[in-house]
Design a protein around this ligand. Structure first.
Ligand code: ZN
Ligand code: ZN
Length: 334
């Protein structure tokens, strides 16, 4: 079968590999769609400390169980299920977390093995009827978005700012609407990408420069109830704090480059305005199941966000599209 394997930074190869065999307690999947995201582009450029090459990449996975033909979606982040955090239900911050496509071969392959650890935490979800494989593969990033918005409690009446108009930003706009946000503003420094995203998700306003001033203007000087940074940008995080309303909630959804994670924060803004700043780290198995339901119920449509469908042989083109910000969602069909 064909797989796309990471060998070293800048070196991903589409190559032949023997079809994998499921061991006891494992599941063999015929992968139908595995979507790409910014993380794949980052891995391609820099590698990742959890990836020991060669490794089949791909973590946004949907396919068929070979034995039964059941259509399933597979989680990416695998909590251990037994540590102190997991036993308290805090699966997203499990210190023993492993990931598909990092610790285990992922979905950029015709066939894939679901490890027993994934099955042990209910990490294989049946795809509801009416939801295609490509849409189901987007349940994983949507699950992460769901985790982020639950932590900052996006809800009815909120003015929400999303910083970053990539696929994650688009999912944030859609989910904020589904959760009853009053207005959603979308920010990106890349005016072209912002226009492409706005065309799809119709935010109440788009902002491509001076975001703090613009958000204050749009909110009559009050600021936004919720600000979510969906960009690997320290500047965006600093702006997010300055554009938040009193008692505003800020999600540092996107992480920063690990060699440059320090920002300047006016602590008095947090103090006097009673701001809440929250992180977000991936998603739990339950978030994945809920994301599939949101897609199936039409509350968060994702089909139109999939702008490119490519065969496995073109996975490098897909990653290139993602890193140039020239696509919303690119899905690979092995
Ligand atoms: Zn991803
Ligand atoms: Zn754990």
């Amino acid at each position: 079968m064909k797989v796309a394997r990471f060998h070293a930074p800048g070196d991903i190869r589409v190559e032949d590999a023997p079809e994998p065999v499921a061991g006891p307690g494992e599941l063999k999947i015929r992968v139908r769609n595995c979507s790409t995201c910014g993380t794949d582009a980052k891995i391609f450029k820099f590698g990742h400390h959890h990836i020991r090459p060669p490794r089949v990449m791909g973590h946004e996975i949907a396919g068929e169980v070979v034995d039964t033909g059941e259509r399933v979606q597979v989680i990416a982040a695998i909590p251990c299920g037994v540590c102190e955090e997991c036993s308290r239900g805090r699966f997203t911050v499990c210190p023993n977390q492993e990931s598909m496509g990092y610790h285990y071969d992922g979905g950029f392959a015709e066939y894939m093995i679901v490890p027993a650890k994934v099955l042990a935490v209910n990490g294989v979800n049946p795809i509801p009827s009416g939801v295609g494989f490509a849409e189901a593969s987007v349940a994983e990033p949507l699950a992460c978005v769901l985790n982020g918005q639950s932590l900052v409690a996006v809800g009815a009446g909120d003015d929400v700012v999303i910083m970053g108009a990539g696929p994650i930003g688009c999912l944030h706009v859609r989910l904020a609407r589904a959760r009853g946000a009053a207005r959603v503003f979308l920010v990106d420094v890349n005016a072209e990408r912002l226009a492409m995203a706005a065309e799809l998700v119709s935010p109440d306003a788009v902002i491509d420069s001076d975001p703090v001033e613009q958000v204050l203007k749009l909110t009559g000087g009050r600021g936004a109830d919720v600000v979510i940074t969906a960009a690997a940008s320290g500047a965006a995080q600093e702006q997010a704090v300055r554009m938040a309303a009193r008692q505003g909630r800020i999600s540092f959804f996107g992480g920063l480059p690990k060699d440059d994670p320090i920002i300047r924060l006016d602590s008095n803004l947090v103090h006097y305005r009673e701001l809440t700043i929250v992180g977000a780290n991936g998603s739990s198995p339950a978030h994945n199941a809920e994301a599939l339901r949101l897609i199936a119920d039409g509350l968060v449509p994702v089909a139109d966000l999939i702008t490119h469908r490519l065969p496995l042989s073109q996975v490098l083109d897909g990653i290139d599209l993602v890193s140039r910000g020239a696509a919303i969602k690119v899905t690979i069909e092995p």
